[in-house]
Design a protein around this ligand. Sequence first.
Ligand SMILES: Nc1ncnc2c1ncn2[C@@H]1O[C@H](COP(=O)(O)OP(=O)(O)OP(=O)(O)O)[C@@H](O)[C@H]1O
Length: 486
Amino acid sequence: MRKVLIVDDEPSVRFVLGRTCERAGVPFLEAGSAEEARERLDAAGTRRPEGVGLVLLDVRLPGDDGLKLLGELSARPDAPFVVVMTAEDTMRSAVEAMKRGAADYLGKPFDLARVEKIVRDLAIGPDEPPHEEHRNGASDSGLAPIEPLPEQRHYREIALPDTLIGRSPAMVEVYKEIGRVARTEMTVLLMGESGTGKELVARAIHANSARARGPFVTVNMAAIPRDLMESELYGHEKGSFTGAVDRRPGKFELATGGTLFLDEIGEMPVELQAKLLRVLQEREVDRVGGNRPLPVDVRIVAATNADLARAVEEGRFRRDLYYRLAVVPIRLPPLREREGDVILLARNFVSKYGEQLRGRPVTLARDAEAPLLAHSWPGNVRELQNVVQRALLKLSGHRLTSRDLVGFLPAAGSSDRGLTGLVEALLDGPEPEGGRHTAALAAIEAPLISAALARTKGNQLRAAELLGMNRNTLRERMRALGMKPR
Ligand SMILES: Nc1ncnc2c1ncn2[C@@H]1O[C@H](COP(=O)(O)OP(=O)(O)OP(=O)(O)O)[C@@H](O)[C@H]1O
């Protein structure tokens, strides 16, 4: 039976992972650094049936880091599976790991049941032949195994920002897909509701690809009048139609050496879809009014917020073009399915736009979390961004509280999911500081007090009367909730 090699400098992590291997019934070795890992691998080998079949690899290691070791391992013809583990559960680490050939990526703290399953699936015994589709770089979505690119150097020179915020399991899956496809030239179709970050994902694929130094060109099919679409995409020669006063290159030409992002592809009129299909198949374009085809050297990423498969069934979108585009489909989850990301995004937006719009540091108050979690965000990340920006514009202090969100979000009780929604969101979401009970009461009490104060124009005595409480109690509650007198 093949062995698992656990590489982590933290003995307690090695211990826990060791027990997990035992539970899975798979023998294991341990190493505390990349150096030690190389020694263990040399001694045990990776080719023999009792050699190392799976490496559980931490990124942060003393000396050479895990990503360096991963690069070395992926380059070996007898590469074992490598599952990368990291506490820096960000977009960059997931993308980097998959790009360098990891079989999977896990953020800490681990879901041990999942680790156990991975160990069972990937550390395969001699009597079960290895499943080729699970080899490094292959994806669950049926992608062909990916050869390591010759120019791995290329990547390291580019410092990539963490453009996408979010650590929910659903987003980590997206990061993994970005890493997998970035090292290929495959056409990608991004599917997701409006405002889920499709354009950011397209940019991330580009920035992580070997075309990163080339242009990233966007065409929004919904924004171009149908009559101009052909010339916009493929360019035109002077005088080829009324208004064509100059020779103009099309977006395909402008994106040469880079990536062409075809946004809202579902909006493309059927009669123009045939030409796009031909261009993609023949990798050549003809300018409108031109007579010499130009070679196409672009990577296509298309996006849609419509149900393209249904559009195909209804005859509004060509089936052959759909298959051409959906070589690698990536689905972007709506914000309501991204557990924990709402608060993470909100904090980031508050701090970023606080500086930009107010020119000072602003933080998100704890009591603002419950109303944010209660909302279902039909407009996804874009809606959240707008709500934060609008609330910041009216903000006078340094903290954005639930009171500051009043008017920008449906009030608790009248929101699309109602008070029950707020409560459910609190129970499902991460435990807020101070506990769920306190957060729930604050989420109701703060807007109640601020509404009473609004009615009494800030008169605390009258507000206290309206609420049926003592003025001192009101003051105390306001202090506890972090509310300032108007
Ligand atoms: N994960 C994320 N982290 C940070 N910002 C994000 C994230 N996702 C989306 N955004 C921001 O939300 C806004 C909408 O994102 P984007 O334009 O990429 O969405 P989209 O899916 O392309 O929307 P549409 O279908 O309406 O064009 C942008 O301002 C983008 O910067």
